[in-house]
Structure formats: structure tokens, C-alpha cells
Ligand binder design. Structure first.
Ligand code: AP5
Length: 220
């Protein structure tokens, strides 16, 4: 089962991907995470991408598609892929078709998380994560059970993304509308698009996704 999770910044793509990885044995392919890792490691891609990401602009199609291609190569054949934050332009969608064909994979479903844009700004500005293991939290909605301690790994350091401020979020939302949302009709023509209410509580959204893609045993 290979799926695309589509939705504007803060829609919950990363949150839901993490659950699918943990409970469904799928692999998350997040171009945002890959780019942030490149920035942290100061690779040539990271050095080029940093200013673009901080401004909320899109990194070039060639760079992100090459990252996806490399990740898919390393993915065990039986592991399902969750494309999180990719494709984001019509050209990336075209490139993904070629990459999937090359790796002998099929795209089974595109799940769009529908959300209220104003709520997204609130979600994103409250977002933080564990500096050690990356577990995601939110100032209002998802706090660690013991304040200041990560539920998953027990670490005490947390971090926030530099692009998680209102100005950049509005830019990212605008690009989602102009560049990313227009790729949906392509997948609609193939009959593989499902829409989910991304404003529902995290557990509820997850239940709806699992209902759509089935349980792991149903994939084989
Ligand atoms: P990327 O990392 O992909 O960021 P994004 O798409 O803007 O998405 P986010 O990670 O902000 O949101 P999300 O949907 O994962 O939400 P989350 O689950 O964290 O991209 C960053 C940058 O990299 C881009 O701007 C661009 O520059 C570059 N880039 C990446 N991919 C690219 C590509 N393909 N092409 C070109 N450039 C690319 O949730 C958000 C918050 O809400 C969290 O705090 C969470 O706890 C909370 N939350 C989640 N779900 C719920 C819920 N149901 N109820 C209440 N709270 C919730």
C-alpha cells in the first residue's frame, strides 16, 4: 500500500504518518524532514534549501524528487510508503509517476486532509517536538504527560521550526492553494482520492485513514 497524504501546512500529515509508521509498519517519506536533515548536516542540498524553507518557498522539483527516488531505493520491497509533503507541484506529481514506475510500485490512494486555514496558523505556531527523537507536541492540544519530558524517549530538550511563524505559514498556505491543490484533479481522474476531515481529533482522523487503507494484514 503506497499512499500520498495531502494537505496544507499543519493539516496533520506528519502526525498521522507517525501513527501509520508505528501501528501499520509503513514508512514515512517526508521531503520536509529530509530537507531539514540536509540543513542540519549542512550538505550542499541543505545549504541551498535553508533560505528557501525559512521563507516558506518551495525547494526545486529536481532536488525533492531526487530525494524521494533515493529513499524509495532504500525501502524494503514489502514496506508501504507514505508520501508526506510530496508531490507539491504538477511537475513533482509527474516525476513521482516516473519514480514509482521505476521502483515497480503503484499509488493506491491519495488522502486529502481538509482543514480550516485559520485553525492551521494556531496549530503551527503551537507546534514543537522532542530534540532527541522528534516526537511531535503542541502547546495546547498535545502536551507531554509529564511537563518538560518527552513521552516517547524521556528527553528534556524540545525544539521549534524556524518556518513556524505566522508570516511564513501564510506564504506556505498560499503556495499550497496555487501549486499543490491543483494536482488533485489528476488523481481524481484516476479515482484514488479520498477526503478526510482533518479538523477532527487526531485519533478520529487516524481511525478514518485506517478505515480507508485497511489493516496491515489486508495489504498482503
Ligand atoms: P514540510 O515539512 O512538508 O511542512 P508542511 O507541508 O508545511 O507541513 P507541516 O509539517 O507544517 O504540517 P503537517 O501537515 O505535517 O502537520 P503536523 O502533523 O506537524 O515542508 C517544510 C518546507 O520544506 C516547505 O515550506 C518547503 O520549503 C520545503 N519542502 C518540503 N517538501 C517540499 C516539496 N515536495 N517541494 C518543494 N519544497 C518542499 O501538525 C501540525 C500541528 O498540529 C502539530 O503541533 C500537531 O500536534 C497538531 N495537530 C495535528 N493534527 C491535529 C488534530 N487533528 N487536532 C489538533 N491538533 C493537531
Amino acid at each position: 500500500m503506497n499512499i500520498i497524504l495531502l494537505g496544507p501546512p499543519g493539516a496533520g500529515k506528519g502526525t498521522q504518518s507517525a501513527r501509520l509508521v508505528e501501528h501499520h509498519g509503513m514508512r514515512q517519506l517526508s521531503t520536509g524532514d529530509m530537507l531539514r536533515a540536509a540543513v542540519a548536516a549542512q550538505t550542499s542540498i541543505g545549504l541551498r534549501a535553508k533560505a528557501v524553507m525559512d521563507a516558506g518557498e518551495l525547494v526545486s522539483d529536481e532536488i525533492v524528487s531526487a530525494l524521494i527516488d533515493a529513499e524509495l531505493l532504500a525501502l524494503p520491497e514489502r514496506a508501504g510508503a507514505i508520501f508526506d509533503g510530496y508531490p507539491r507541484t504538477a511537475h513533482q506529481a509527474e516525476q513521482l509517476d516516473g519514480i514509482l514506475e521505476k521502483h515497480n510500485r503503484q499509488l493506491h490512494r491519495v488522502i486529502e486532509l481538509e482543514v480550516d486555514e485559520e485553525a492551521l496558523v494556531r496549530r503551527i505556531s503551537g507546534r514543537f517536538s522532542c530534540a532527541e527523537c522528534g516526537a511531535g507536541y503542541h502547546d495546547e492540544f498535545i502536551l507531554p504527560q509529564v511537563p518538560g519530558t518527552c513521552d516517547r524517549c524521556g528527553a528534556h530538550e524540545f525544539k521549534r521550526r524556524p518556518d513556524d511563524n505566522e508570516h511564513t505559514v501564510r506564504k506556505r498556505l498560499q503556495l499550497y492553494r496555487s501549486e499543490t491543490a491543483p494536482i488533485l484533479p489528476l488523481y481524481e481522474q484516476r479515482g484514488i482520492v479520498s477526503r478526510i476531515d482533518g479538523m477532527a481529533p487526531v485519533d478520529e482522523v487516524y481511525r478514518m485513514i485506517v478505515k480507508l487503507i485497511g489493516t496491515p494484514s489486508e495489504h498482503h
